[in-house]
Design a protein around this ligand. Structure first.
Ligand code: ZN
Length: 365
């Protein structure tokens, strides 16, 4: 009995120390806003650029009338934001969907620690989130367990010198074209997750998918076929510094951890730092904003290194998926313009099939 008592105390004190090290979101609320016309959307977009000054954070980046917009609000800004939304020239309706974000974070921490894993395979809990060190150890474990298929690769080191560690899946079978003739040089697929630090389900999803490919190879004919057709380069955590920071300091942190020109404002939105129509839409030059695009394209070591890695494997990559965790959207290029790309039909047909396949599993996304 005494031993149990000590175990319980130890467990609770571990939980407490973790919870209290994190930034508190006590009485922060999450609201869901319903925009009904383009004018409201434009005004809200305008407001969103400086909203961080009031500790108001727009979680959605779509200001159209087709989808609601989720916004977190610090307790001190709740009244003024409510007034702003109900003012004569806004008149935007909203629901409060979380009354205390901190309570939700704490509950997740507790459940995570206390609930045993029900998907525990190859010494790893696939239904739990894992800190960066455990994800890297898991990559090594996969390489050891599936030596004929899996090899590790390194993209480089992050700003804070963490490894950007990936895993390549490649079988020794030749890929074949639709007509059955062999492909000369196997094409490759790139998947990455966790470019936005707080989106934990993104690395977790990729980890689950990688394990599904490895453990079902030579067992499931569909998976075996897909593994044979392509080489898979997978980077589960694109932004290791930001990801580590969400475990130790701030559960809702989004950017990387590099210094900016503004002291006190850390980090660049790596998903806004690419060298193609850089910072043209949905991004800002304000270093304090959550969507800061950096001082120039590829200013950040993480994006620059991924770009270099892909460029040096020139010609083999035919597909890139960047996994996120918000909005329930399957998106394809472009984002900076409404003009459709040349391959739009191909992209759109593929997207529709992917969404259909996802929906077929649980009836939702
Ligand atoms: Zn994201």
């Amino acid at each position: 009995m005494l031993a149990h008592y000590f175990v319980a105390i130890f467990l609770l004190s571990t939980i407490n120390s973790n919870v209290y090290a994190l930034k508190a979101y006590s009485r922060y609320q999450l609201w869901r806003l319903y925009v009904t016309n383009n004018e409201q959307g434009a005004k809200l977009l305008d407001f969103s650029h400086t909203a961080y000054q009031k500790n108001i954070d727009f979680w959605s980046n779509n200001y159209g009338t087709n989808m609601p917009i989720d916004v977190s609000i610090a307790p001190e800004s709740i009244n003024s934001f409510a007034e702003f939304l109900s003012s004569d020239d806004m008149k935007i309706k909203y629901d409060v969907i979380m009354k205390d974000i901190d309570a939700v974070i704490e509950r997740q921490n507790l459940i995570h620690k206390l609930k045993p894993s029900s998907v525990f395979v190859d010494d790893f809990a696939y239904d739990k989130y894992h800190p960066i060190e455990e994800i890297h150890a898991w990559i090594d474990k996969m390489v050891k367990t599936y030596p004929k298929l899996a090899t590790p690769f390194k993209v480089g080191k992050s700003y804070e010198k963490r490894e950007m560690k990936g895993l390549k899946i490649s079988s020794n079978k030749r890929a074949v074209k639709v007509d059955g003739t062999p492909v000369n040089k196997k094409k490759a697929v790139w998947w990455d997750g966790g470019i936005h630090a707080r989106e934990w389900i993104s690395p977790a999803t990729i980890i689950y998918m990688v394990h599904a490919l490895l453990s079902n190879y030579d067992k499931d004919p569909v998976i075996t076929y897909f593994v044979d057709q392509f080489d898979y380069y997978i980077l589960p955590v694109f932004n290791p510094d930001g990801y580590a920071y969400t475990w130790t300091n701030n559960r809702l942190y989004r950017k990387n951890r590099s210094n900016t020109s503004e002291s006190g404002c850390i980090g660049v939105d790596l998903n806004r730092n690419w060298d193609y129509h850089w910072c043209e839409g949905g991004a800002t030059h304000d270093p304090c904003s959550g969507t800061f695009c950096g001082s120039k394209p590829f200013s950040e070591i993480e994006t620059a290194q991924v770009s270099r890695f892909i460029s040096t494997h020139n010609g083999i990559f035919v597909h890139y998926i960047n996994f996120h965790a918000y909005s329930q959207l399957w998106m394809s290029p472009w984002a900076y313009t409404l003009t459709k790309p040349e391959q739009f039909k191909l992209q759109d047909d593929g997207s529709a099939k992917a969404v259909q396949a996802l929906r077929a599993v649980f009836g939702k996304y």
